[in-house]
Ligand binder design. Structure first.
Ligand SMILES: [Zn+2]
Length: 167
């Protein structure tokens, strides 16, 4: 009912390989847990986010579940695409920096961003969020992943192969 599960090993190791290649660091993610039911939805909604990562737990909002995928599909990369990669970057940041240091830096950057924006309204919160160094890093890597996925999809389409992930 709460929809708590461990992310499949294949998705996790693909993202680990990608992050190692991109950062040159010995990235270890496993185990990554997903909260995709009521709990995950509630926590992400509370944070007003598509998803939020707390240590090794990724809470995903219900609206982010790929609608055309049947519930039997348990492959995290197929279900959540580059959002899974983005949240895995946060899983790694927690491990790399230590949870307390990560949260302290994250919150400090967020609230000083709001102070700079001079507003806690939506636009102020959004610009503060996008200026957090941990988010800049996660969005950058998510984008690199996304571009790679698009190149593969185009190549497969050109060869007449059914793409593995439809976006
Ligand atoms: Zn993020």
């Amino acid at each position: 009912m709460f929809g708590l599960e461990r992310a499949d090993a294949r998705s996790v190791s693909r993202v680990e390989d990608f992050l190692r290649e991109q950062t040159g660091e010995a990235v270890v993610l496993d185990p990554v847990h997903l909260a995709t039911g009521l709990l995950g939805n509630a926590v992400a909604a509370l944070a007003r986010a598509r998803a939020i990562t707390l240590g090794p737990l990724i809470c995903v909002r219900r609206s982010e579940h790929e609608p055309q995928k049947s519930p039997e599909v348990r492959v995290a990369l197929e279900r959540f695409g580059s959002l899974f990669v983005h949240e895995c970057v946060h899983v790694w940041q927690y491990r790399r920096d230590g949870a307390m240091t990560f949260l302290r830096h994250y919150m400090k950057a967020y609230f000083s961003g709001i102070w700079i924006a001079g507003s806690i309204r939506r636009a102020g919160r959004q610009s503060a969020y996008l200026a957090i160094p941990a988010e800049i890093e996660a969005f950058r890597l998510e984008q690199v992943w996304q571009q790679g996925a698009e190149v593969i999809a185009r190549r497969e389409a050109a060869r007449g192969v059914e793409p593995e992930v439809r976006t």
